[in-house]
Design a protein around this ligand. Sequence first.
Ligand code: FE2
Ligand code: FE2
Length: 251
Amino acid sequence: MKRAVLKETKITNLEEFNWIEYFEYNNKNLLKLDYTNNKELTEEEINLIAPSIKAFQLGEGSQGKHLTKVVEEYAKKTNYKDYPEIMKWFIIEENRHSQTLKKFMEIYNIKPVQKLSVDNIFRILRKLMGIECEVIVLVTAEMVALSYYTALSNSTGSTLLKTICTQMLNDELKHVVLQSATLHRISKNRNKTTNNIIRFIRKILMNLTVFVVGHKFKNLFLKGGYSYKEFKNHCREYLEESISIEKTGKL
Ligand SMILES: [Fe+2]
Ligand SMILES: [Fe+2]
C-alpha cells in the first residue's frame, strides 16, 4: 500500500518556514464535513471502527497544560520567540481533531471514553521530562496516526469518514515535520553519543507503540489493507524520515 510521505508537505526551506502563517491558512481552509448523513455505515462497520476511533478521539485531545508550560520554558531559554504561538496553534488543531471525531461518533451513537490504559501511558511518558520527551512522544503517536488514518479511510466506503481522514493526514504530516524540526533544534548542538542514545530510544518507543496499537486494532488495520508487517514497516519508514529531519534540519 502507498503511504503519504513527509515530502508531500512541500516545505522546501524548513528553517525559514512560517508555521504561524501556515496554521492560520490551514484553519481557514478546512475540508467541509457534512454530519447529516448517518446511513453510510453498517452495524458491522460501526463495531469494527468504534474501539480505535474512541482511543484516537481521546488521544487527540490530550495535549494541555504540561506541554504549554515546557514550550514556554524552552522558548525563553533558547530565545525561540514564535514557538509558544506555533504550539498554541498545534494544540488548537489537535483539539479540533478530537472534536471532529467526537461529532462523527455522535451521529453513530459511539460513546466516548474518559480513560484508556494506552492513552494514560502516553500521558505519563510525556510528563516524565522536559520538552524533548514531550515532543518525542507526540511525534511517535502522530507517525502511528498517519498509518491509522490511512487504514481508517480504507476500511469503509463512508465519504464523511474518508474526508475526515484526508484532513487528518494533511494536518498530521505537517505536525510530524514540525516536531522533527524542533528535535533538530534541540539536538544540533549536542554531542553525538547523546543524540545516538535518544535516536535509539525513539526506535524502541516506536516499536512498542506499533506492537500495542497494531495488536489492539488488528482487525481495523486488516480491513484497511494493512497487514501487521506493512503497518510496522510504514511506521519505521516515517521514523526514518523524522530522524533524517532531526539530523539535518532538512526535508
Ligand atoms: Fe491530531
Ligand atoms: Fe498531530
